[in-house]
Write a protein that binds this ligand. Sequence first.
Ligand SMILES: C[S@@+](CC[C@H](N)C(=O)[O-])C[C@H]1O[C@@H](n2cnc3c(N)ncnc32)[C@H](O)[C@@H]1O
Length: 179
Amino acid sequence: MPIIRPKSAQILCELVQVQAPKRVLEVGTAIGYSAILMLEHAPDARLVTIEKDACRLEIARQNFEKAGLSPRVETILGDANQVVQNLDGTFDFIFLDGPKSHYGRQLPHLLNHLSVGGTIVADNVLFMGKVLSGEYPAHKHRTAILRLREFLQLVQTNPNLESKLLDVEDGMLIIKKIK
Ligand SMILES: C[S@@+](CC[C@H](N)C(=O)[O-])C[C@H]1O[C@@H](n2cnc3c(N)ncnc32)[C@H](O)[C@@H]1O
């Protein structure tokens, strides 16, 4: 089951704890592991989480129930590429952990719903080190690697954003909306 790795999870928890967001969006629920971590470290937060796999989302719902967190979670079953175009309201923290090759196309929609001062954490942005290697990628995973490079470029050249790339596990990008 693809869930956040330990060191990345620790960073995510620390960020959430320090920033104490009130409204969190997650793209890529899987079975709810990272969502539960975030809710446990931000006791005042409510969370909206998007997953396209109905079986995984059902397990996540059961896990939220067992953890006593269901009243604070809204789950959305669907393709995040569509869902992010029709979000309601503003979020102050977004965990981007869905399809890696679609981070870039989701970014403008996410930024429309991120408050100024808010944070996006994008996981697995380095794709086993291949994103920063400078080499033209071999056929396997080429699309994901090229699109992740474009995503990093998009973030780093946007004057409304500050970002920090952490070389931890598969790479985490911390993005702050400054205006
Ligand atoms: C890395 S896993 C998420 C792990 C989870 N955040 C955690 O750490 O506990 C990525 C998830 O994104 C989902 N996913 C992939 N493409 C998606 C899409 N287009 N829309 C919504 N979810 C998608 C996958 O089904 C998978 O469960």
